[in-house]
Design a protein. Structure first.
Length: 152
């Protein structure tokens, strides 16, 4: 059981790196066509082509569930749940908290939350796929924390 818990936590943590890597090199790389609408202010629809990345990671998570269910990979459940949990955190932080796709957490005001929002705002100041910055989600560069700590 402890191994499964450790694998779950490790998978969740590794997903932050995977999110950064895929955002920087895949979304702002060869799959820019799927991500570009996320950097536009006006959307034709509530859904974005960028949302297809959720499906990609969901399929990967499901594959690990199936590997576990079919006794192929004992820790498959822990890995699948780690990916799923990170996807939930990503949805809450990125889509709900930062982009306000649902009007929740609007009054959240602490230094970490402001640093996350500031870093993401700096990412979106670049409309094209080049010259981007702040590709992660939960781990924010220290300069944004320092800015928030100087304010109070």
């Amino acid at each position: 059981m402890w191994l499964h818990l450790l694998v779950f936590i490790l998978t969740f943590c590794i997903m932050e790196f995977m999110a950064w890597f895929s955002h920087k090199y895949i979304m702002h790389g060869f799959l820019w066509k799927l991500h570009a609408d996320h950097h536009k202010k006006d959307h034709d629809s509530w859904f974005e082509r960028n949302d297809s990345f959720f499906i990609i990671y969901a399929v990967i998570s499901i594959i690990f569930f199936l590997l576990w269910q079919n006794d192929i990979l004992e820790i498959g459940l822990a890995i699948g749940l780690g990916i799923f949990a990170y996807g939930c955190a990503y949805f809450l932080v990125h889509d709900i908290f930062i982009h306000q796709r649902f009007k929740l957490f609007r009054n959240t005001d602490n230094r970490y939350a402001r640093a996350v929002r500031r870093a993401h705002k700096m990412h979106h100041k670049h409309i094209g796929k080049e010259d981007g910055e702040c590709f992660g989600m939960l781990l924010v560069p220290f300069k944004y924390f320092r800015q928030e700590f100087r304010k109070k």
